[in-house]
Design a binder for this molecule. Structure first.
Ligand code: KG4
Ligand code: ZN
Length: 336
């Protein structure tokens, strides 16, 4: 079965076609970064309007380039949440309308489940059960994954998500939006000079907190002369602190669960220094680590098409309701 995937939860319009046996057929991504960067962050209303402009043309292009027509598509998967309400509604309404017109099922996909399953699109996919670290702009989650929809939350951020901390720290350093990749690029020029805290690592548990790190960063910047080198050194120290903190918690999660596979996904998993720290840790733990390819770390339609395809193949059905849920806990998902 060919499944069309539609992702519009934030600032990227992602469209893809996934086939249950042939795998990923094609994917297209339109990023709104240029539009939002003028404002220093995502402007929700502009995001919704841009999704409206891009969604249908990208679907047409994706089908055309895949040499498929609407008659070949057996189901449509769309991101139903979490995310920006207006942005979600565009994808949800488009998916539902096309599914109705084409007389095929549509399925609401949880955005973080999409991220979690993105490494399944790679050549050497992880095998259940595994521990997943999901690090995106809105979430930092450690999850024990027994199968699709079988998610036990092990830990989460009590305040800022990892990506959010990157974005806010980047702003303090005078870097534009999106902050994560910009801070990461600046950190490449930085040296080991400042020692930042590794929040919540000295007490038991698997929760995270990144807001103190933000304040520490602010104080360090203010106490410096704010030269380019100062900023690069601060970026380096901040990134290393996040990388170490994530690595310590993941090691703890592997030890606590006795599992030997770690999946890392979401926008922040594109970060080189974080990847290096986690890879070093799993080698010591005699475990395996799995990532999506870099283009599938951040938002994309392929992960949504994949997740929706698994659920549709398992026979899951939904009525004609247009589902958009800005807040949606993964624990509410059903297994399949
Ligand atoms: O998963 P994603 O594309 O969207 C959400 O679901 O939120 O993640 C976006 C987040 C942003 O906060 C962005 O700054 C961060 O991922 N990000 C990075 C990098 N690339 C994206 N953070 C650190 N290093 C990167 N290379
Ligand atoms: Zn995302």
């Amino acid at each position: 079965m060919y499944v069309l995937g539609i992702e519009t939860s934030c600032d990227e319009t992602g469209i893809a076609v996934y086939h249950s046996k042939l795998g990923l057929i094609h994917h297209l991504l339109y990023s709104q970064i240029d539009m939002h960067s003028e404002y220093g962050g995502v402007v929700p209303e502009l995001a919704s309007r841009d999704h409206i402009r891009k969604c249908v043309p990208l679907i047409k292009q994706c089908l055309q380039e895949s040499k498929l027509t609407s008659h070949d598509i057996g189901g449509i998967a769309y991101t139903a949440g979490p995310g920006l309400m207006g942005a979600l509604l565009v994808g949800a309404a488009t998916a539902r309308s096309l599914a109705w017109a084409w007389a095929i099922p549509a399925i609401a996909v949880h955005h973080m489940e999409g991220h979690l399953l993105a490494p399944m699109l790679e050549e050497n996919p992880p095998v259940f059960p595994f521990v997943a670290l999901l690090i995106s702009g809105g979430h930092t989650l450690l999850v024990r994954v027994e199968g699709i929809g079988q998610y036990e939350l092990l830990g989460e951020s009590l305040d800022d998500a990892a990506g959010e901390a990157f974005d806010k720290t980047a702003k303090m350093l005078g870097l534009g939006y999106p902050g994560g990749p910009k801070l990461s690029a600046l950190a490449e020029q930085g040296n080991k000079r400042f020692k930042f805290p590794r929040p919540m690592t000295d007490r038991p548990g698997l929760d995270f907190s990144f807001s103190g790190l933000k304040t520490f960063t602010m104080n360090t910047i203010n106490a410096s002369e704010k030269t380019d080198q100062d900023k690069a050194d601060v970026a380096f120290a901040f990134q290393q602190a996040v990388a170490d903190t994530l690595s310590i918690k993941c090691r703890r999660a592997l030890q606590q669960t006795g599992l030997k596979s770690l999946v890392v996904a979401g926008g922040v998993s594109a970060n080189k220094q974080i990847r290096a720290a986690l890879t070093e840790m799993v080698v010591k733990e005699n475990a395996q680590i799995y990532y999506p390819r870099l283009t599938f770390c951040t938002d994309n339609g392929a992960m949504i098409a994949y997740a929706g395809c698994q659920r549709l193949m398992a026979g899951q059905q939904q009525n004609l309701e247009i589902i958009a849920r800005p807040r949606w806990a993964m624990s509410e998902l059903s297994s399949c």
